[in-house]
Ligand binder design. Structure first.
Ligand code: ACO
Length: 355
């Protein structure tokens, strides 16, 4: 592609200046699940594409995984923790309802000058948190914001419900959002930078995917525990229908906002919910599978961690080069969705490479 990019994000140019992830060591395969649930490797593989997932050690919470990912992203950015102005944690499995998981992440990472808060937007949480970070850095409210997607979903899953237990996994990923360094700010391809977002929500679908109890709407009681209402409940068919249509629509919108088309996209990184959703959605969107990143066969659906986990692996595999146009797409409970378009150019390596 050639010509100037029409950035829809106003203010100073911002980029992902550091990236990191963390995965617990314990692997749970489809065969392991088939030994304890009425399911099979064939059913899970055919319906979802998932072969295995990671599960956190007992006692490890979302903040523990998030801290490890955040430290890796900070180190990748070359910043010292006290340069971070805000830590945002996106999660559907927070340590507690109160306080924010981000407060512990900030404290343990040594972000002594940072505010901290959580974002709750289902599996779209990472894209929402990224949009807030990008807007704040672009506007000059902060110079550097740490965005962490961290999940120990295994604690909010009903392990007796085969329709949800087979889908999810634990993990964490983090990015540091910073101004584009002046050394690389050429204004053309290779500058790196976040170009724009499309965010949406449809609360009419709140009951399609939820943890019914434990909040103010249905407080914890013996009855809610007995009815297993503190675990995730999902209408899989409705989620499937919603996800397939929203991915193409929202991805199309952010491309249009930025004056680009799907043929310009070098790498599409969708939320890793289910391979069948991704296959159907990319057909609708009109992007070839060679330009789509997936790793859900290894990790399952890690909710808010899935996109930064993909970015970390894609970069390690050489599938993310400076100047590549990258399209991120989140969707999940709410219902909620969010697309982000960015030109890759990440971390100290990006500056060094371009001299
Ligand atoms: N193993 C074996 N059989 C199963 C399993 C399982 N793990 N789970 C359900 N079944 C059975 C059902 O009981 C049902 O049996 P029945 O016909 O005897 O009643 C049969 O399989 C078909 O069930 P469906 O729910 O209709 O199966 P479907 O083909 O819709 O596939 C799935 C289910 C994979 C969950 C699908 O609906 C889907 O992909 N939905 C999207 C789910 C998703 O990705 N959610 C998360 C996204 S949002 C977020 O990330 C938070």
């Amino acid at each position: 592609m050639s010509g100037p990019r029409l950035a829809s994000l106003a203010g100073r140019p911002v980029t992902i200046g550091g990236l990191g992830s963390y995965l617990p060591g314990r692997v749970l395969t489809n065969e392991d699940l088939a030994a304890v649930l009425n399911t099979s490797d064939a059913w899970i593989t055919q319906r979802t594409g998932i072969k295995q997932r990671r599960v956190a050690e007992s006692g490890a919470s979302s903040s523990d995984l998030g801290i490890a990912a955040a430290r890796a992203a900070l180190s990748d950015s070359g910043l010292s923790p006290d340069e971070i102005g805000l830590v945002i944690t996106a999660t559907i499995s927070p340590d507690r309802i109160m306080p924010a998981t981000a407060s512990r992440v900030a404290y343990e990472c040594g972000c002594t000058n940072a505010g901290a808060c959580d974002v709750s937007a289902g599996c779209t949480g990472f894209v929402y948190a990224l949009s807030m970070a990008a807007g704040m850095v672009a506007a000059g409210l902060h110079d550097h914001v740490l965005v962490v997607g961290a999940e120990v979903i295994s604690r909010v899953l009903d392990w007796e419900d085969r329709s949800t237990a087979v889908l999810f996994g634990d993990g964490a990923g983090a990015v540091v959002v910073s101004p584009v360094p002046e050394a690389v700010m050429t204004g053309g391809r290779g500058s790196g930078g976040i170009l724009g977002f499309d965010l949406g929500s449809d609360g009419s679908g709140e009951e399609i995917l939820m943890i019914p109890a434990g909040g103010s709407r249905l407080p914890a009681s013996c009855a809610t525990v007995e009815a297993r209402q503190h675990y995730m409940q999902m209408n899989g068919r409705e989620v499937y229908k919603f996800a397939v249509q929203v991915v193409a629509r929202s991805a199309g919108r952010v491309l249009e906002k930025c004056g680009l088309s799907v043929s310009d996209v070098d790498l599409f990184v969708p939320h890793q919910a289910n391979l069948r959703i991704i296959e159907k959605a990319i057909k609708k969107l009109g992007i070839h599978e060679d330009r789509v990143y997936t790793n859900l066969e290894k990790y399952g659906n890690t909710s808010c961690a899935s996109i930064p986990l993909c970015l970390t692996e894609a970069r390690a595999e050489g599938r993310l080069k400076n100047g590549d146009l990258v399209l991120l797409m989140g969707f999940g409970a709410g219902l909620s969705w969010g697309a982000c378009l960015l030109e890759w150019g990440c971390g100290r390596g990006a500056v060094d490479e371009r001299g």
